[in-house]
Ligand binder design. Sequence first.
Ligand SMILES: Cc1ncc(COP(=O)(O)O)c(C=O)c1O
Length: 373
Amino acid sequence: MSDAFIPVNSPLLHGNEAEYLAECIRTGWISSEGPFIKRFEQAMAEAAGRRHGVAVTNGSVALDIAMHALGLEPGDEVIIPTFTIISCAAAVTRAGLVPVGVDCDPATWNMTIEGVEAAITPRTRAIMLVHIYGLPVDLEPIMKLAKARGLKVIEDAAEMHGQTYRGAPCGSFGDVSTFSFYPNKHVTTGEGGMILTDDYALAERLANLRNLCFQPQQRFIHEELGWNARMTNLQAALGVAQVERLPRTVEIKRRIGQLYDEHLADVACIRRPVARTNYADNIYWVYGVVLNNDVLFDAKEAMRRLGEKGIGTRPFFWCMHEQPVLRRMGFMLNESHPNAERIARRGFYLPSGLALTDDEIARSAEALKEILA
Ligand SMILES: Cc1ncc(COP(=O)(O)O)c(C=O)c1O
């Protein structure tokens, strides 16, 4: 066994990536005008069961633009999970809307219908569904509630490429869905994101918002402020090659999850990811563990000890309702979400990248056992 440092993420770029990138260089198509953009948008839309895809520069700006495009009124409330990345709350607040947090399930780490029901007020106008770490949100009851109340739904599928909910692709739910293509994602373009919808008019609007809201008839006269969030042809070339291998990528991730499960099966003092629910099998975007209360140290200390043993880790998300920046803005002040607060302090993830070897999985699991012994 080697004892080289094991990074928390390591992408695999061994398909047609180099060939497609070389094609961009050879043809001179490196800007956002190149032909790989459309190909990538179509490939992702097809993989996610959507009609339209709009490629952008990252998953955070995808949420910003999507939230903005829904046409909600300033002060409208949007329900979000508190256990998520800041991008979700940032998109809501930047659109002039008010985030209202929901706790997570202690086992799946995802927002629940009970949480959503408790968070609804007369000002609720939308729900942001965010799938966490490899298992989707239990969508059916939340989608039903949203429909009954006429709420908009935005699905953040940033971590869910290739995942399904009761057989339907993640990224196919709600008015609009988004993906990220950061290098720890199942499809990467280095940096990148996409917004998907089935609504042609909304897709046109999203594409216009992505492109500074230039108008076809009078290019430099603007009726609205947009973003320059255009993806380059180089990134899309990577993306096309990555989507080609998505089913295989999901297989590799599932195998990583299974191997960790086998190595860690007899470790009683941690909670491992749920392997399957009645609506989905885990795709282990990352392999997270949560320390039980009988472990006398927290995630931060566990990660420090693993770092000393050459194992890269990342902390779990920190709750939105505990974010200094949001609290200073007066958001989510009176919220308390014990499940999310607990896993934020006691959860972290092990090396989970696609290039991880069996030997590295064994070493990472062994190191975790040692620090818990
Ligand atoms: C759930 C979720 N939403 C949004 C994002 C933001 O994506 P990006 O890093 O591409 O901005 C991430 C990134 O990991 C994420 O996990």
